[in-house]
Design a protein around this ligand. Structure first.
Ligand SMILES: *[C@@H]1O[C@H](CO)[C@@H](O)[C@H](O)[C@H]1NC(C)=O
Length: 440
């Protein structure tokens, strides 16, 4: 009795587990990848003809043997079909982002193994089988959309076939990184090298380069074979060398984001004769701080003009849109335009500031009733607002201070009238005071 229950539970478990496996496999299976093959041979005819692009298809196999009966494509527009052995599924990374199933951009090129610029790699040249290197080599660059993951892969073809082996892959989970000032920035980069390749174990090197507006520099160069820094990391840049050797984590960490860190970062991984790289764009975005002066605004008499300044400071990049708004007592907002803008000023830390000056003419009936005056700054890092109350005597909804001021004014006036009536018209003083009260 109890025995059958146990087997029943087991069979339920088995069915359940099996379906789980199938689902897991289906959701992680690496689909085929469509790539543009850049046909450079066709381009050699002349400078005027751009290289032709052939649509090609990569069937990616992440383990085991090639699925039997795998059809080459029926799609007549596909001119080349390759079968790629990619045990680490490096060509499937672009899918890792949740919900992202949009096709990535993929480019396939011929690759020519070359003697590396690294000195120790050059000395290895004689030790490697020339047959291994003289095969057909390809490089594929896969880029997810919306600045998502990206991978660059070097593949070797089995002689005379369209079967490729991934030999070296460099990937990043985010090819566009955004950061606020002062934050720690992670520039993600990972590499994988095929343990079955004769190149594996003969050493690697990692280099990070920075590029911005035509100039570039090496941020860090590390020789993994001799565990030595060829170029020490720039101040504030770090890499976990243990993680690099353990799992190929070549990520660069910038301890504190600065404005001049914005730019292009290239993670380059060398193996003897091979080089693969990914490019990451870093955008440092800091919204402005706003201040209005004078603040609070002085009490304004109707018809009096008033100058208000708004200063936006500490922002980067320098694109900013400043404007003014007035929300009247009726709750309706009115746009007052940008005001008079000054040019941008740059502070020592690279952030920008800009001012706007607004001349308010309270004789304008639309402004004369006062309200809430707001300075609005629209910036890629977000919209910021700062407000002050604009009070026009007699029109604005009276605040306690206004009421007290009005009572004060009334009292003073009353006193003056009293004095005047006592000194100039001593006989009629009582009557004058009486009639004055009646008027009020
Ligand atoms: C790679 O290393 C960095 C630190 O250098 C770390 O922050 C990051 O989490 C590591 N990535 C992985 C996938 O382990």
């Amino acid at each position: 009795m109890s025995g059958t229950t146990v087997t029943n539970i087991w069979s339920i478990c088995n069915v359940f587990l099996l379906s789980c496996f199938v689902q897991a496999f289906a959701s992680h299976a690496c689909p085929t990848l469509e790539c543009w093959y850049l046909n450079e041979k066709a381009a050699q005819g002349g400078l005027t003809t751009p290289p032709s692009q052939d649509k090609s298809l990569l069937h990616i196999r992440t383990g085991g043997h090639r699925a039997a009966g795998l059809q080459d494509s029926d799609d007549p527009s596909i001119l080349r079909v390759y079968h790629v052995a990619d045990p680490a599924a490096t060509l499937c990374h672009w899918r890792s982002r949740r919900g992202s199933n949009r096709k990535p951009y993929c480019e396939l090129n011929r690759f020519q193994p070359q003697l590396s610029s690294i000195s120790w790699a050059a000395s290895l040249a004689g030790q490697l089988s020339p047959i291994y290197l003289q095969a057909d080599w390809f490089s594929a660059a896969v880029q997810g959309l919306d600045g998502g993951p990206g991978t660059s892969t070097i593949m070797r073809a089995h002689t005379g076939t369209n079967e490729l082996d991934v030999v070296l892959s460099v990937s990043s989970t985010t090819m566009v990184v955004q950061s606020r000032l002062g934050e720690q920035v992670l520039l993600d980069c990972n590499f994988w090298a095929d343990p079955a390749s004769p190149l594996h174990g003969s050493g690697f090197a990692v280099e990070w380069r920075y590029q911005s507006r035509g100039s570039g520099r090496v941020l860090l160069a590390y020789d993994g074979k001799s565990d030595r820094l060829v170029e020490p990391p720039e101040e504030g840049a770090m890499m976990d060398f243990e993680g690099l050797h353990r799992s190929g984590n070549a990520s660069l960490v910038l301890q504190e984001a600065k404005v001049d860190h914005s730019g292009i970062y290239i993670c380059m991984v060398y193996m003897p004769h091979l080089l693969a790289q990914v490019t990451i764009q870093l955008e440092i975005t800091e919204p402005p701080s706003l201040s209005i002066h004078p603040s609070p605004l002085p009490l304004t008499a109707p018809g009096q003009s008033l100058t208000v300044h708004c200063e936006a400071s500490g922002f980067a990049p320098h694109s900013l849109e400043l404007s003014w708004e007035l929300k009247g007592p009726d709750g309706k907002s009115k746009l007052l335009g940008p005001g008079q803008l000054t040019g941008h000023r740059q502070a020592g830390d690279g952030t920008y500031s800009q001012d706007t000056r607004l001349e308010l003419d309270t004789s304008d009936p639309e402004l004369g009733s006062g309200g809430e005056l707001t300075c609005v700054a629209r910036h890629p890092g977000g919209t910021r607002r700062a407000s002050v109350a604009l009070k026009v005597i007699g029109f604005s909804t009276p605040s306690i201070e206004d009421s007290m001021a009005m009572v004060g004014v009334a009292l003073v006036l009353y006193g003056l009238i009293k004095i005047v009536s006592w000194t100039i018209l001593p006989s009629d003083s009582n009557e004058a005071a009486e009639s004055d009260k009646k008027k009020k």
